[in-house]
Design a binder for this molecule. Structure first.
Ligand code: NAD
Ligand code: UDP
Length: 317
């Protein structure tokens, strides 16, 4: 007999998690959002709270969770350097204990489980663009290690549960993604630059601005999540998901100034320790396996993100 799929989204009140919950509800699923509201907020999901197939639970994934679900998307973890470095021990615990708890849950109920891993597993990469077989260049004792090594260890756990307990896993390595509902104070480059420009402040470039990133709009990424989760058992990943369009941070600042019509100047600050100099996904694997590739241009994505922050500032100052 047909019944709705019961899907757990950890970190569901965050930027990506809230968009994912929305998409899963639209597809007719029963969605359980679990979050401890460290970086996420009820505002991101308030419009879902009166939907009968949406449920919200305040819970920290470093503690075990017992419930019955068919699928799990494990997104719980602060993603911006400011937030994940605020309490680095908790960040590692969230990635590692969180993975153990969610994998344990998946094993008990026989659920399929998705892990939101990251391009940070490649560290400051010597291979460009990054392919999934590149093993990375991570400093295990630096300020980013709590996040990078936590996520690497989570990947290890996912693959060990897969080999040892035959769990069906889907591991996505997400590259920089942006869009509406990013936390305005999380210090990530897209939100920082847009907010600075809209408020007429100087734009803070760390280092000389020649470092590169490749920015994916959230709608493209969520589509990749859904397609990866729908693959058959033989596909576990890890799979890069991101937009291969690469840009320097300086160029990004100039685009934001141009698009907002701001008078902001560029000011240069120290480059944080271990800040990767280049990053661009090779998405051949995703293209071939999912028939997926990003469709939203940087210009269109920035336009809608600028509109979002403009409204937010108008409402809250
Ligand atoms: P986010 O900070 O907006 O969302 C993370 C969510 O997890 C928040 O709602 C937060 O409150 C919650 N959370 C944190 N610790 C928790 C805990 N111990 N228990 C329960 N909930 C907890 O960040 P995001 O950009 O939406 O990222 C979501 C996931 O995607 C993260 O795992 C992140 O590492 C990964 N990721 C994101 C990007 C990106 O560019 N946005 C890139 C690579 C990987
Ligand atoms: N960055 C910057 N100014 C800012 C915020 C970030 O120049 O106000 C730089 C940062 O040093 C990095 C890049 O932008 O080189 C992307 O930073 P973000 O924190 O968004 O993501 P990540 O470093 O994790 O890719």
């Amino acid at each position: 007999m047909w019944r709705r799929k019961r899907i757990l989204v950890t970190g569901g009140a965050g930027f990506l998690g809230s968009h994912l919950c929305e998409r899963l509800l639209e597809e007719g699923n029963d969605v359980l959002c679990v979050d401890n509201f460290f970086t996420g907020t009820k505002d991101n999901i308030v419009h879902l709270l009166d939907k009968p197939h949406f449920e919200l639970m305040r819970h920290d994934v470093t503690f075990p969770l017992y419930l019955e679900v068919d699928e799990i998307y494990n997104l719980a973890c602060p993603a911006s350097p400011i937030h994940y470095q605020h309490d680095p021990v908790q960040t590692t615990k969230t990635s590692v204990h969180g993975a153990i708890n969610m994998l344990g849950l998946a094993k008990r109920v026989g659920a399929k489980i998705f892990q939101a891993s990251t391009s940070e597993v490649y560290g400051d990469p010597e291979v460009h663009p990054q392919t999934e077989d590149y093993r990375g260049n991570v400093n295990p004792i630096g300020p980013r290690a709590c996040y990078d090594e936590g996520k690497r260890c989570a990947e290890t756990l996912f693959f060990d549960y897969h080999r040892q307990h035959e769990l069906e896993i889907k591991v996505a390595r997400i590259f920089n993604t942006y869009g509406p509902r990013m936390h305005p104070q999380d210090g990530r480059v897209v939100s920082n630059f847009i907010i600075q420009a809209l408020q007429g402040e100087d734009i803070t470039i760390y280092g000389n601005g020649e470092q590169t990133r490749s920015f994916c709009f959230y709608t493209d990424l969520i589509e990749g999540f859904i397609r990866l989760m729908a693959t058959d058992k033989s596909v576990s990943g890890p799979m890069n998901l991101g937009n291969p369009y690469e840009i320097t941070i300086r160029e990004l600042a100039e685009r934001v100034i141009e698009m907002t019509g701001a008078k902001s100047k560029l000011i240069f600050k120290d480059l944080p320790a271990d800040d990767p100099l280049q990053r661009k996904p090779d998405i051949t694997f995703a293209r071939n396996t999912l028939g997926w590739e990003p469709t939203v241009t940087l210009e269109a994505g920035l336009g809608s993100t600028i509109d979002y922050f403009r409204n937010l500032i108008a409402q809250h100052g």
